[in-house]
Each structure stands twice: as C-alpha cells, then as structure tokens.
Design a protein around this ligand. Structure first.
Ligand SMILES: [Zn+2]
Length: 389
C-alpha cells in the first residue's frame, strides 16, 4: 500500500517528457528535478542557505557514509536527518549499495547481502536489504532506496541476469521490511519519518530484455516509485539512452521515474525526453572542486592559462552570484591559490547551471516547446564545442 503522504501528479506532457509535482512528508518537489549530492549531510563547499537560494527543492544523502559516521543511531537520537543537519525540505537517501560495490577488493556479495570493510577504520560490516531499510528508517529521509546489486560494466548477459534476479529478491525483502516498520514498532528501529516512501530499482545491465524483466518484477512488488540503476557506469552514451528509452515505458505513468547517477546536462535533456523525472549526479559538485564549470557554451576549465586576464564571467548567460560578480581571471586566481572560495563559487555556478537547465526544461514542457528547446540546447553546445577544437 503506498504511503498517503507521498504522491505524484503529472501536470504537463509533451511527447514522453513530463512536468509534475512529487509530494513528500517534507514538502513538494517540482519535476523534472535535480538532487544535489550531500554525501555526509552537506553539499561540499555550500551551506544549506546557498542551496535554498539556488532553488534546490530536494537533497540526496548517502546511507553508507552516514551509517559509518556519525551513525544512524546517533542521527535517530537527534530526531532524524532533517533535524540533525538543519534541512527542512525533502531528502532522498540511497541504499548504500553503490558505495559498497565501489569498494571492490574490500567487499563480497552473497544472497544474504554485501559484506564490506569500512573505508574509515577497516571494521567489518554486513549490509542486507533489511538493514539498509532499517538504517534509512532511522535517518528518516523522505525517499529511501532499496538495496540493489550494482553490476560493474562491462558484464555478460549471464552475469547480468544472476545479478538482476538477486536484486529482485532483495527488493522483495526490503519492501517486506518497510511494511513491517510501517505496521508498528519494531524493536531496535526508531522510525523518524512515518511518511517515508521507498523506491524500487530496475537493474539488468545493458540488456533490454533483462531491463524489461526487472521492471516488471519490481513493479509487481509495488513501490511508491521506481528508479533506473546501473547506468552511467562507463557504457557508451547511446547505449544508456537506449536502455532508458526501453525501460521508462515499463514503469507506471503515475509514479516518478528516477535515473540514478546521471549525468551531463545533455544527458538530463535526453532522459527527460524519454520520460525521466528525477536525477542526481556528483558531476556539477565534484567537477566544480576540480575547476571545471558547466556553461551554456560547454565546459570551461578555470585553471586554463587563457583565462588569466579574462574579465568576462564564466558564463555570459548565467544569472548566478558567481557569474554576476566575478571574472574568470579572479576565479582562476582563487583556484590556483587553493582558496576555499574557489570550490564554493564554482559549485554555486555549476549547481545553478544544472537547476536552471531543469527549470528551463520544465517551462518548455509547460509551453509545449520542449522539442524546440532540446534541439537548440544540443545545437548550441555542439557548435561551440566544435569551434573550440
Ligand atoms: Zn553562473
């Protein structure tokens, strides 16, 4: 049974692109939406006030990191993640699976779950579908994700099938556990957000038939909404678009669809065109800290010597605080000098660019001009990037 505090309403469509409103226990989110990544309960370099100023309506946090430090029990004692970190808007937490699978040599997977060693102190842990559900119940995010097996790319069809089937069995166990937690108090699990929704995750590698099977099985279990996982892991872009294209029609129209971990600004536009509503990605924040800015004219490396005397803003079309106030020359100087403000100002710009791109997409869908927007967006980037070469 879906939680009544979670809802989704499609307000406008153009082709397969949708604009809508997702409601959660901590307020609503206009979709399509981008979730800035606040791994440890903070977006690196920014305050929550900055995020609110940028118009971020929902934040993503990482279960793996918060479970290891400061611990989900501690956060529950502080009333849950919202109260602990001082963020009043919606929060989505991942299941911890992706981080555990990224540990490679430090983890093993079996039917029960994922055994891993902490990257902090080497301590041994077992993450099961039930435990990932319990941890997120203590954190009290508005959207919890099921534990899934994240397959490395490339994988052959046999390996992908075994992994996809296990993810389905894990999804069933995670849902059973969430329903137990909803039904009444469970000893040892302090639920800090009774309105928490849970999303299932479609896996199946780059094989359309496995994706279709995974989608059907996950939808049959019944979640508040559905995510597409295991993409943007090194497969060619056209393969990713094709898998998204084949998967979204297998998911219910009346639930949001979340493409996990993607991607570039172009990826967002293409995924929206294929019916995706929610995104998260470390690219805008991580690349900002490395001096790379996403702009309406393509990517710009602020450390490049050709910006040394450049008085122009990073992006002439951008209305963010960084672009309204500072020159490329100054931002380059801050970066080379190792000033903390370099990360802050670059991150402000990149997140503004991502959030603004989605605002433009939403407006275009509302006005029935999304296809025109999509074409112009790609044409501008490809023209400018080819000119730069
Ligand atoms: Zn800007």
């Amino acid at each position: 049974m879906p939680d009544p505090r979670f809802g989704f309403r499609v307000t406008y469509t153009e082709g397969r692109a949708r604009a809508g409103i997702m409601s959660t226990a901590h307020g609503s989110v206009e979709t399509p939406a981008f979730m800035p990544v606040g791994t440890q309960g903070a977006v690196k370099g920014l305050t929550h006030r900055d995020l609110e100023g940028l118009g971020a309506e929902i934040l993503l946090s990482n279960t793996y990191h918060l479970y290891l430090r400061p611990g989900d029990d501690l956060i529950a004692r502080h009333g849950g993640l919202h109260r602990f970190i001082g963020w009043t808007r919606p929060i989505l937490t991942d299941s911890g699976g992706y981080q555990v699978f990224s540990l490679a040599a430090r983890r093993t997977i079996d039917e029960q779950g994922a055994r891993f060693q902490s990257h902090l102190d080497g301590s041994a842990h077992l993450l099961t579908p039930e435990k990932a559900t319990d941890i997120q119940a203590r954190l009290g995010s508005d959207v919890a994700m099921v534990l899934d097996e994240c397959l490395a790319h490339p994988a052959d069809v046999r390996t992908a099938r075994v992994s996809m089937s296990r993810t389905l069995r894990w999804a069933e166990r995670a849902r059973t556990r969430l329903l137990e937690l909803r039904a009444g108090p469970v000893a040892g699990v302090a639920v800090t957000n009774a309105g928490q929704a849970q999303f299932g995750i479609v896996q199946g590698g780059v094989f359309p038939e496995l994706r279709e099977e995974s989608a059907a099985g996950t939808v049959a279990i019944g979640f508040e909404a559905y995510a597409i996982g295991g993409l943007s892991v090194g497969e060619p872009t056209d393969v990713m678009y094709d898998i998204v294209d084949r998967t979204t029609p297998c998911l219910p129209d009346d639930r949001p669809r979340y493409l996990m971990g993607a991607g570039t600004p172009q990826d967002l536009v293409e995924a929206v065109a294929r019916g995706v509503d929610l995104f998260d990605c470390v690219l805008p924040t991580r690349n900002a800290r490395n001096g790379q800015l996403f702009t309406s004219e393509g990517r710009l490396n602020i450390k490049n010597a050709r910006h040394a005397e450049d008085e122009s803003p990073p992006d002439p079309d951008c209305a963010c605080y960084t672009c309204r106030t500072f020159s490329r020359a100054y931002l380059r100087h801050l970066f080379l000098a190792g000033e903390m403000n370099a990360a802050t100002l670059n991150t402000l710009h990149n997140l503004h660019f991502y959030l603004d791109t989605l605002r433009r997409i939403k407006d275009a869908i509302r006005l029935g001009r999304f296809e025109t927007f999509r074409l112009a967006f790609h044409q501008r980037l490809s023209r400018l990037e080819s000119e730069r070469i």
